[in-house]
Design a binder for this molecule. Structure first.
Ligand code: AMP
Length: 456
């Protein structure tokens, strides 16, 4: 709502401007896609796909109708059971859809998969490489809502797709992000980086096996979520924020000691490149990211004033993703900024918009004055000033009170006398000072105040 939307617009406008200076073009992917796209790209074992997606059969049916149409009647009780377990329902719907050749669609939980699909579908590999794209828009995840975590939230993200995985590309993506945060006025942001290697026995796969063994040994001391992840996705245990698990996690092996030579060299070069660009970073060996497609460089940015949900941006390299989705071998890297959290952090630090305000409130009384007021409003608005012209006549006292409430800078006082004398009164509301001007000079004075007179 206003006045907050003005801040949203400024944050988005700054993204358009900064990203353009790095040669990025905007892409507008669809709000929903076949569920299969996200299942393949994001990964079936991730929380996002297994229980947080809003999925629907297409043509639309309620889950109950869908189940009945495909399987015949099942009991209410049995269905209630399914409904209370979103993970099972999601699996079940996907199985049914496959069996019955029905398309399942999902509201997008993220946009990288869609950008990669677009790259393939529109043969972007034939364009000059790398292709640099960014997007702004809503994402949907059925998470437990709390401060900084919503079911419809907004991301500003960018992707670089092409033939090269040069470390300079990683560093420039991160440099662009930090430039953006600086421009938008976010202070106190911390950049964390890590490398999670690539999926091979002599690299991440070997590390994951060792990590799993180490985790099995301390399994009893871990909570149920981490215990489950030992089997499904041991790297995610490193993400845990549970206080009771921190001391145990600190004893686990580090991935940096298990990277293959190529990944090690790539990581070292990314760090060097960041240093050349003057980008400050901290290394965090526990930064693994929640999505399956990441490899090598991963990064996250935290901001103050957000409580536990303090990540404002996450990103990383995902070289195999385009190929996984049926495209040519392609390297890729990208990030997504959580716009809601960025806004929250800006507001917490006093960078939010104070109020919409008005430049001028026209307090008019009398029929002649009204006609003059309408013309004055037209002229002032044309000059770019924000003008409030009350639709019905008010006593001056009431009008001035209203102007105050709206946060107007000036009240233009126009009664029939002023009009016949040709001398209009301008009141500066913050000081209470009043001055009389002939009409043309008054309009000119206000225009100059707005600093737009020169080109009008
Ligand atoms: P991800 O796509 O999970 O890597 O998230 C990237 C960024 O999006 C995070 O760092 C958050 O700032 C933001 N984000 C993710 N999920 C949510 C959510 N449910 N509500 C608000 N922001 C979110």
């Amino acid at each position: 709502m206003p006045p907050e939307t003005a801040l949203w617009n400024r944050v988005e406008q700054t993204a358009h401007e900064v990203f353009a200076t790095f040669g990025y073009g905007e892409i507008r992917p669809p709000i929903f896609e076949p569920t299969e796209l996200f299942a393949r790209a994001v990964g079936g074992e991730t929380d996002i796909v297994s229980k947080e997606m809003y999925s629907f059969p297409d043509p639309p049916q309620t889950p109950m109708e869908f189940v009945q149409a495909t399987l015949g009647r099942i009991g209410q009780e049995q269905f209630a059971l399914l409904e209370s377990d979103p993970e099972k329902l999601q699996d079940f719907m996907r199985e049914l859809a496959e069996l019955q050749d029905v398309t399942l669609v999902s509201l997008r939980p993220e946009a990288t998969a869609s950008v990669c699909r677009a790259y393939i579908e529109h043969n972007m590999q034939q364009l000059p490489q790398p292709v640099k794209l960014y997007y702004v828009g809503p994402m949907f995840r059925r998470e437990r809502p709390q401060k900084g975590r919503y079911r419809q939230f907004y991301q500003i993200g960018a992707e670089v797709l092409g033939g090269s995985d040069a470390p300079a590309i990683d560093a420039e993506v991160i440099e662009m992000l930090m430039t953006y945060f600086d421009k938008v006025g976010l202070h106190g942001a911390t950049l964390y980086i890590n490398s999670i290697g690539h999926n091979a026995d002599n690299c991440r796969r070997g590390y994951v096996a060792q990590l799993r063994t180490a985790l099995e040994k301390v399994k009893d001391k871990l909570g149920p979520d981490s215990q489950r992840r030992i089997d499904t996705n041991p790297l995610r245990v490193l993400d845990s924020k549970l206080e009771s698990e921190q001391a145990i996690i600190a004893t686990l092996p580090h991935i940096a000691d298990h990277l293959c030579d190529d990944c090690k060299a790539h990581y070292a070069a990314v760090k060097r490149q960041l240093e050349i660009r003057g980008v400050l970073y901290e290394e965090n060996w526990r930064l693994v990211r929640g999505l399956d497609y990441y490899m090598r460089t991963t990064f996250e940015i935290t901001a103050p004033g957000l409580g536990s949900q303090n990540a404002v941006c996450g990103g990383g390299r995902y070289d195999g993703l385009v190929e996984l989705l049926g495209g040519p071998p392609t390297k890729g890297i990208g990030f997504a900024i959580g716009e809601d959290r960025l806004i929250l952090s800006l507001q917490e630090s006093g960078k939010g918009q104070k109020g919409q305000g008005r430049d001028v409130y026209i307090a008019w009384m009398g029929e002649h004055a009204y006609a003059a007021a309408i013309h004055a409003a037209k002229d002032l608005r044309k000059a770019g000033l924000s003008v409030e012209l009350p639709p019905v006549e008010q006593k001056f006292g009431k009008a001035l009170g209203q102007a105050d409430k709206l946060g107007a800078k000036y009240a233009l006082i126009l009664g029939d006398n002023e009009v016949s004398e040709g001398l209009w009164t301008l009141k500066t509301l913050s000081t209470g000072e009043q001055e009389k001007f002939p009409e043309p000079e008054l309009i000119e004075f206000l225009r100059q105040q707005k600093n737009v007179s020169s080109y009008l």
